[in-house]
Design a protein around this ligand. Structure first.
Ligand code: AMP
Length: 391
């Protein structure tokens, strides 16, 4: 039987799904992982659903026992919860107590699609496990943004009373990847400026100065910025008014359109990047346009963030598309040669799941591919908090 006493159960709870991993922070060993779906579908038509997060947590416990992790006997060190929105104040992981739960609840209006699921996961895990629970926030890495980057040019009451500002998301990934880049290069994190492109179903860019976030593309919500699988990224905000007033679409319809029917899906009819590439190769003009719009937006941000940082040392690609699509990486840097960016075709195309350099030796800007690992980062942050806790 595996001894899980050093391991952290990392939970990523959505409103209808619960993803979990049991990770040993020191060694990065994954002892078990899984996904419970269709939460809230009591039984479901085929009996596959579970009624609530409490029932989902029992499924997790059963699956862990099947994987040889008898929690009753060996115990776990802690539970680490991914929480999407930590607002302006949660700049570090926190030990969950009733006050923290209330604070996360207070942030629900800012993240109505995400924080309720995380809260349900936290409450179910607190009921199921009598071990420390730590909340790790997706926004935390970006609480360092300077006011010039985090402030929208909006009236004072909107900014302060309604907390409308740039928060940034995917922070756990950007933090992990930026540190892994320093490890790979053997350089102190403080000594260089980097841009990280997290390109998965959701996509975000960050500008990181000496390890500290200086700018990021997602804003009040994870809708702003890059072109994503189903999200538009940047559009003129007046599109909203136009569609409401001139076309008669409701607020809910426009919101759904921008979040679920736009991005690659809106342009090419599919949100999976592999399919966009396959269709473009087969001569589909819509897929070609989708690829071009996606690449154009990325170049836009790399150039802008190079300016924000006053120069760039390292560009990092991560997540599903960033890690696995050499053609995309080559296309992004193709027009950025005068900014010092290029890739070596052989390095760029060599299949690998390791962190690696893909630019030629001696390039002014080093281009990296770094696999992200949000679960490991959450496990590490959870363990670090417990190690440094004085009680
Ligand atoms: P993630 O959200 O990080 O899991 O990334 C999902 C995205 O990565 C999807 O759009 C996938 O199509 C894309 N992806 C995964 N593998 C590949 C690949 N080999 N080539 C291109 N895109 C990929």
């Amino acid at each position: 039987m595996t001894d899980a006493r050093d391991a952290v159960l990392v939970l990523n709870a959505g409103s209808s799904s619960l993803k979990y991993q049991v990770v040993v922070p020191g060694t990065a060993e994954v002892l078990a992982k899984g996904l419970v779906e269709r939460i809230g579908e009591d039984g479901g038509p085929d009996g596959a659903g579970v009624p609530d997060h409490g029932a989902a947590m029992s499924v997790v416990t059963d699956q862990l026992a099947d994987a040889g992790l008898d929690l009753g006997r060996t115990g776990l060190r802690a539970v680490g919860h991914r929480v999407v929105h930590g607002g302006p104040d949660f700049s570090d992981p926190v030990l969950v107590d009733d006050a923290v739960v209330a604070d996360i609840r207070d942030l629900v209006p800012l993240a109505p699609l995400h924080n309720p699921g995380a809260l349900a996961g936290i409450e179910a895990a607190r009921a199921a496990f009598d071990i420390p629970q730590v909340a790790v926030f997706d926004t935390a890495f970006f609480t360092s943004l300077p006011p010039a980057a985090s402030t929208y040019a909006l009236p004072e009451d909107i900014r302060t009373q309604h907390r409308v500002r740039r928060y940034g998301f995917h922070g756990t990934s950007h933090r992990y990847v930026s540190r892994a880049a320093a490890d790979l290069l053997g350089r102190p994190l403080e000594s260089f400026q980097q841009v990280v492109l997290h390109l998965g179903n959701g996509c975000s860019a960050s500008a990181i100065a000496g390890g500290v976030a200086a700018d990021t593309s997602m804003g009040l919500t994870p809708l702003e910025g890059l072109v994503m699988g189903t999200r538009s990224g940047d559009v003129d905000p007046a599109v909203f008014t136009f569609l409401h007033e001139q076309v008669g679409m409701s607020v809910a319809e426009i919101d759904t359109m921008l979040n679920k029917r736009s991005g690659l899906k809106g342009l090419a009819g599919v949100n999976d990047f592999r399919e966009v590439l396959a269709r473009a190769d087969a001569g589909d003009g819509d897929a070609r346009l989708a690829f071009d719009v996606y690449v154009h937006r990325l170049r836009h941000y790399v150039g802008a963030y190079t300016a924000v940082l006053g120069g760039l040392d390292v560009l990092v690609f991560t997540a599903g598309v960033g890690e696995n699509a050499p053609r995309l990486r080559a296309a992004v840097v193709e027009t950025l040669g005068r900014l010092g960016l290029s890739v070596d075709p052989e390095r760029n195309e060599a299949p690998s799941h390791e962190a690696r350099v893909v630019s030629p030796d001696g390039s002014p800007v080093t281009v990296l591919v770094v696999p992200t690992n949000e679960e490991l980062e959450i496990a590490r942050q959870t363990a670090t908090l417990l190690d440094t806790r004085h009680d």
